[in-house]
Design a protein around this ligand. Sequence first.
Ligand SMILES: Nc1ncnc2c1ncn2[C@@H]1O[C@H](COP(=O)(O)OP(=O)(O)OP(=O)(O)O)[C@@H](O)[C@H]1O
Ligand SMILES: [Mg+2]
Length: 225
Amino acid sequence: MVYGDIESIVDIHDVFVSYETASGKVMALRGVDLKIGVGDRVIVSGPSGSGKTTLLKLILGEVKPVAGRVKVFGLDPSMEENLSRIRSQIGYCSQEGYLINKLTVMENIDLYLNGRGIDLSSDEIMHLANTLNIDNVLDKLPTQLSGGELKRAELLMILLDKPKLLLLDEPTAMLDTENVERVISLLKEFDGLSMAIATHDRRLYSVGNRLVELVGGEVVRIENI
Ligand SMILES: Nc1ncnc2c1ncn2[C@@H]1O[C@H](COP(=O)(O)OP(=O)(O)OP(=O)(O)O)[C@@H](O)[C@H]1O
Ligand SMILES: [Mg+2]
């Protein structure tokens, strides 16, 4: 299905997600409803353990619902055969980070863009790297970067691909004030790009147009901001 034909990029209806643990089942999402339309910027807030990361992973198809319905770009991410089409349109910045440690940042970027069939000039890459204030770390290994540099390197990599949906998990964690401001103003520049941002950081609320608050896996508040 062509993405222009669908009403919502993400359509989550009455979804429950649980994890198996040694001490039994943990219900991480309980009856969650959420729609993300084209150009929507949803801030997902809530205390630690409330289900923010699980919600992003649900959209990516990394966790599957035990009940309810999920559509992303019109496709069900719990079906294996849909995953590559869904993920090729998403830029995901995980909470833990995922650059390959044996490769430099630039080699990571090349690998990621090649895998997605994108060819960019080094000028284009340097321009965005400069905006994020990480042009001097591109030749380093991820293990040689500070936590904040690593976060921005990942953001650079996924933004270069010009995804249709950004999923950012705590993108300002470990950033100092100056770099938080850089990331916020950069995200605001990507006009029309749909995003879901999981965060504790109230400074990021200015990037969003909708706030969703989770508590104990339930949506307790949803409002335009
Ligand atoms: N892989 C897992 N196995 C078992 N339980 C998990 C797993 N991942 C998350 N959980 C549990 O599911 C619940 C929701 O976790 P989640 O990571 O989605 O919360 P969060 O809102 O992102 O928290 P934080 O703000 O700390 O990142 C928590 O109770 C957590 O302990
Ligand atoms: Mg989390």
